[in-house]
Design a protein around this ligand. Structure first.
Ligand SMILES: Nc1nc2c(c(=O)[nH]1)N[C@H]1C(S)=C(S)[C@@H](COP(=O)(O)O)O[C@H]1N2
Ligand SMILES: [Mo]
Length: 422
């Protein structure tokens, strides 16, 4: 930029001096205060008394100042909490791990509280030798650790016909990313001995909903895990304690919690969760079935409706999450103007298949309104579509598998709102 395009030098100097006197100038994210800031100069109460000892918190909890960081539900979606959902506070998190106490929950018949010594997993059906495992038996198979996202197929489902819920917690929070420890389902099936006509498995939960899903044997023998640890500790009751099925990259409904039975069969069972639910009604009245894989998706988590820009114009950091059920997400693009101009975001942290990826985009905000969007490119070359592109192919009747691009409108004050651009 030439000097003539900028403000005259005298004006610029006057502006800088003026802000310093007012005490509000920001230099590269830090405060350049001439006058004293009590928050740095005063000796605070916490420096004048002794704190709690190591016996105060045998199982740690977050700081009292973080108690707004919780799973939340949408009251009108929760007719009855026993068969309902709450949402991960994505806008309060960073990195790619979802803390155990913040993983969204989806239950069809409430949380089963299973006494671990009474836990059993049965494998039956088209096998040489039906077999029953205790929890201890499972832990004698070779263990593996994998970081995987679980996304409910209904994530963003309320957004099919237009922008609705105001916050990425509610539009995108039916996803979590956890390091699982478990054993390959393949080892257990091999122990039982799958007959040659065995082509499918049925996974069944021990809760009162007896959640049941058909899974092709090929997937079951590939990367499915029977998991008993999440982020290093025992599964939480709400995530299926003591054992859940992990079906990497595939819709959350198949990740049966409180797993109690695996039946081997020669065809799918056509249970409720794969017929009346978890199918996608198209414009012509036919329904897509067995749409297992979660397509590439991304969302800007900050700023977003629950996390406005509060620092005013100047240097700001945009961040968000991206994932794909088909592999990694090597690239995410960000636009500030509703899709006219795209810039590549900076990916940070481990890039693991079928796991969340973190991206950042740093820029100088001039205080003008923004139309923020992110767009994921996965390792297969697939590019996340716009919501209109999805509707052109799938019509307006769908709930599940909405991976369309999300737009946040940010006004001059930094407040953000869920909108759509046409
Ligand atoms: N046994 C059982 N497994 C279940 C469910 C259930 O209600 N019962 N809900 C399913 C659905 S629809 C989803 S999206 C995921 C949610 O997993 P989470 O509660 O750990 O987030 O679990 C799946 N497994
Ligand atoms: Mo789900």
């Amino acid at each position: 930029m030439t000097e003539s395009n900028g403000p005259p030098a005298t004006t610029r100097r006057r502006f800088l001096t003026g802000s310093l006197v007012a005490g509000g100038a920001m230099v590269a994210g830090g405060r350049a205060e001439a006058a004293g800031d009590p928050a740095i100069l005063e000796v605070k109460p916490w420096a004048q008394i002794l704190g709690e000892g190591v016996d105060a918190r045998p199982y740690g909890t977050p700081s009292q100042f973080e108690n707004h960081v919780v799973r939340r539900n949408v009251p009108w979606l929760t007719a009855d909490p026993i068969s309902s959902v709450n949402f991960t506070p994505l806008h309060e998190l960073d990195g790619i791990i979802t803390p155990n106490g913040l993983c969204f929950e989806r239950h069809h018949a409430g949380i089963a509280e299973i006494e671990p010594t009474q836990y059993r997993l049965m494998i039956n059906g088209l096998v040489e030798k039906p077999i029953v495992f205790t929890l201890e038996d499972l832990k004698r198979f070779p263990r593996e650790n994998h970081l995987y996202f679980l996304e409910c197929a209904a994530n963003s489902g309320m957004e099919w016909r237009g922008a609705q819920l105001n916050g990425c917690q509610f539009t995108h929070g039916m996803v979590h990313n956890v390091m699982y420890t478990g054993v390959r389902l393949r080892h257990l099936l091999e122990r039982a001995g799958v007959r040659t006509n065995g082509k499918w498995i049925l996974a069944e939960g021990a809760d009162a909903s007896a959640m049941t899903r058909s899974i092709p044997l090929e997937k079951a023998l590939d990367d499915c895990l029977v998991a008993f640890k999440m982020n290093g500790e025992a599964l939480r009751p709400e995530q299926g304690y003591p054992v859940r099925l992990v079906v990497p990259g595939w819709e959350g409904n198949m990740w049966v919690k409180w797993l109690r039975r695996i039946e081997v069969g020669d065809e799918p069972w056509h249970h409720r969760e794969e017929t009346s639910k978890y199918t996608d009604l198209l414009a012509d009245g036919r329904a897509r079935r067995f749409t297992w894989v979660m397509d590439a998706k991304s969302v800007i988590t900050n700023p977003s409706p629950q996390a406005p820009i509060t620092h005013g114009r100047g240097h700001t950091v945009i961040t968000g999450l991206a994932w794909s059920g088909r592999g990694t997400v090597p690239r995410v693009d960000v636009t500030l103007d509703g899709g006219k101009n795209w810039r590549q975001a900076r990916m940070d942290g481990p890039s693991l298949p079928m796991s969340l990826h973190r991206f950042y985009f740093e820029f100088d905000w001039d205080g003008r309104p923004l139309l923020l969007q992110s767009r994921a490119h996965d390792s297969t070359g697939y590019v996340q579509p716009t919501k209109n592109e999805l509707r052109q192919v799938r019509g307006e009747n769908s709930i599940y598998h909405n991976n369309g691009i999300q737009t946040w409108y940010v006004n001059e004050k930094g407040a953000a709102e869920n909108v759509e651009v046409s």
